[in-house]
Design a protein around this ligand. Structure first.
Ligand SMILES: [Zn+2]
Length: 441
């Protein structure tokens, strides 16, 4: 059961609790799935008694899961730990990095998802007196289904917002007075734009809490501040994945980042040598959901880049470990441009903190037409509420981008509303290089 008291366990108690759960999970996966029975044949769960021993267990990649499903029988291949009659829900990943992974959940797993999201919502201040609006078309993706269940578990009122236009959604916010809205940062910007066009003042609405998911924007300082200014509400972040579950959430602390839900997840941050990196260093995220039943995962490689904070206890009272700055990007999102590593998030932070332009932007990386070089261009939109000249924006933005990325951008300043808007998740970076494919990540 969901138990907020676990959040203040001492580090020692937490470790012991996690290792006990991990042993159970390993045994369950080995005993009940063909996939892990084979993969973990050399692993004896009762011997995994320290965190050092955990690194002897092989990790599981997305492509292994995908192959197991494509080559095996039925929808889920040899990954199922229960009879198919026990499955109550089907979801799938978006498949942005390959064909989608199918995710089965039993009733017990759905309880687990609900517990995980209740932890997120509770940390973000959601209580029975709140009304939570989900401006999202619920579909085959797990996004917000579990959040919906969890809001009900807490006792809050839920307003489903699927099957509506953006205009209808901002009208619902004005009419029904929800106090909490849950959506992607991209869509939070979009709804704010639509509200302004419709003459609806979101700052005067009852919304006091925005819970973001799906993109890391709410842990980017300038994005968070821009959203808080537009909505007049506190903005919180959450991170999760279809396979791993809702593993991280921000809190009331001023530090940007995410607590790991350590009652439900064993989270490791590994370096290139597959050994844990020390707090403060960048590494990749490996997650084991500790109570995932129907389709278990052991040491699942998420490929998100994160940095564990050195702080042991948070001002919010939790002792769960803290991922400083949230998810810093997926490994495949980082680009090498003219030999320099570029983080899309750095560009987002600069654009969203820059006066005189709107929040939408697009970046294109191309081959130089003549030289053996890359070119990088950014298109932004001028904000009519500011009186800055196009030349001034262009010059200053180029300077700011060069200072933080060490790259020279071509800056194109356009009129507001001329760039394409994505409804939920943005893909603001296009890499159109052909010649220098070897430099691409
Ligand atoms: Zn905290």
């Amino acid at each position: 059961m969901w138990n907020p008291a676990l959040e203040t366990m001492s580090r020692e108690d937490c470790r012991e609790y996690q290792l006990n759960r991990l042993q159970e999970q390993l045994q369950h996966a080995k005993d009940n799935t063909e996939f892990y029975n084979e993969k973990l044949s050399d692993i004896r769960p009762e011997n995994i008694t320290t965190m050092e021993m955990v690194t002897t267990i092989p990790t599981t990649t997305k492509s292994e899961i995908r192959n197991a499903q494509q080559l095996g029988d039925g929808l889920y291949g040899n990954l199922l730990a229960v009879d198919t009659e026990a499955i109550i829900s089907y979801h799938q990943t978006s498949g942005t990095t390959g064909s989608p992974i199918r995710q089965s959940d039993s009733l017990r797993d759905w309880e687990w998802w609900t517990d995980c999201w209740a932890t997120v919502l509770w940390a973000h201040g959601v209580r029975p007196e709140d009304t939570v609006f989900f401006p999202f078309s619920y579909g085959v993706f797990v996004a917000f289904w579990a959040a919906h269940s969890a809001a009900k578990r807490i006792g809050a009122q839920v307003i489903p917002g699927g099957g509506m236009s953006s205009v209808q959604r901002v009208e619902k916010i004005a009419d029904l007075n929800p106090t909490v809205v849950t959506l992607t940062p991209t869509y939070a910007f979009r709804l704010a734009e639509v509200a302004a066009q419709e003459g609806i003042d979101l700052r005067a609405s009852a919304v006091d809490t925005i819970i973001c998911a799906g993109e890391p924007g709410a842990s980017v300082a300038s994005t968070k501040k821009a959203l808080e200014d537009l909505w007049g509400a506190q903005v919180y972040d959450h991170a999760g994945a279809t396979e791993a579950g809702a593993w991280g959430f921000s809190c009331s602390s001023d530090d940007l980042g995410l607590h790991v839900n350590e009652a439900r997840f064993l989270v490791e941050v590994l370096g290139p040598d597959d050994e844990p990196v020390s707090p403060g260093s960048l590494g990749r995220l490996v997650v084991t959901p500790l109570n995932r039943y129907a389709q278990p995962y052991v040491r699942f490689e998420l490929s998100d880049r994160v940095r564990l904070s050195e702080k042991n206890e948070c001002e919010c009272g939790r002792r769960y470990r803290f991922v400083a700055g949230g998810v810093l990007g997926r490994e495949d999102e980082f680009k090498t441009v003219n030999g320099t590593l570029l983080s899309p998030r750095t560009v987002e932070d600069i654009v969203h903190g820059f006066d005189g332009i709107l929040n939408e932007f697009h970046v294109q990386i191309k081959d130089h037409p003549e030289k053996d070089l890359d070119t990088i261009a950014i298109a932004v939109e001028s904000d009519q509420n500011h009186d800055y000249s196009t030349q001034r924006i262009s010059r200053q933005l180029r300077k700011e981008l060069r200072r933080h990325t060490h790259l020279t951008f071509t800056v194109n300043v356009r009129q507001s509303g001329t760039l394409d808007r994505n409804t939920h998740k943005s893909n603001r970076f296009s890499d159109l290089r052909q010649r220098r494919a070897q430099y691409r990540q």
